[in-house]
Design a protein around this ligand. Structure first.
Ligand SMILES: C[S@@+](CC[C@H](N)C(=O)[O-])C[C@H]1O[C@@H](n2cnc3c(N)ncnc32)[C@H](O)[C@@H]1O
Length: 219
């Protein structure tokens, strides 16, 4: 298993892994495979369950450091959050999720992973969680809503540091079911550029996730 260009993400053949912290030894989050090598335990990161893993396996490059502070919008029950928690082992993930049932699972996850701060909140209203978050290095959003671009832009303007990185996962059908996916991605990208953010790359996530793309931006 080899360390990739991103500290904390490992690769073997066409599979990627993150390292399980000692506090979570033997514990799976979503039935992922665990492998022990030289007393270190690695969790296989499934690209069919996590769009960030799909993007990485398709070659998406972005900068994330072990002590980064991350704002994660649309955390759900923590599948992808858990892998980011492995990567930013000295950092913090503010995990915003609007479903109380999912937040219940996030709270359980955070008991063994103190770098996860679960926040029951609506990403449409970034001001409402301003008392719990400060400026972050990285924003990741995976919310299937028609106004996903607007939500992303508002949160970036409010919380991302200068030259920080944002990744927006776009679900084409949520933007407009009648549009071909590529047009939905272009429309989203245009909205981002019009709001003075820089689009660095757009990457489609097929074959792992059909009709989805990751857009990387900086501020
Ligand atoms: C596709 S799922 C996210 C999957 C997750 N990112 C992962 O990889 O493990 C989208 C999530 O966004 C949440 N969501 C939808 N609208 C939201 C909003 N306005 N604010 C916060 N979360 C929202 C949903 O409840 C759902 O859990």
């Amino acid at each position: 298993m080899k360390q990739t260009e991103t500290k904390g993400i490992y690769k073997e053949k066409n599979r990627i892994f993150t390292e399980n912290p000692r506090s979570c030894k033997g514990i799976k989050v979503y039935n992922e495979k665990l492998t022990t090598i030289e007393k270190k335990e690695f969790r296989s990161w499934n690209p069919y369950r996590s769009k960030l893993a799909a993007a990485i396996l398709k070659g998406l490059k972005f900068n994330i450091e072990p002590d980064d502070h991350i704002l994660y919008l649309g955390a759900a029950t923590g599948t992808t959050v858990s892998h980011i928690s492995d990567i930013v082992k000295n950092g913090i993930i503010y995990a915003v999720e609007s479903s109380p049932v999912a937040v219940h699972d996030l709270i359980k996850l955070s008991e063994k992973r103190p770098n996860i701060i679960p926040i029951l909140g609506d990403a449409n209203h970034p001001d409402r969680y301003s008392n719990m978050i400060s400026i972050v290095d990285f924003i990741y959003q995976d919310i299937s809503q028609r106004n996903q671009a607007e939500i992303f832009i508002e949160n970036i303007k409010r919380y991302l540091k200068k030259n920080g990185t944002g990744i927006l996962i776009v679900k084409a059908r949520s933007i407009d079911v009648s549009l071909p996916p590529k047009q939905a991605y272009n429309l989203t990208s245009l909205k981002i550029k019009e709001s003075q953010l820089k689009v660095i790359k757009t990457m489609e996530l097929a074959p792992y996730e059909k009709d989805h793309a990751a857009i990387v931006v900086t501020f």
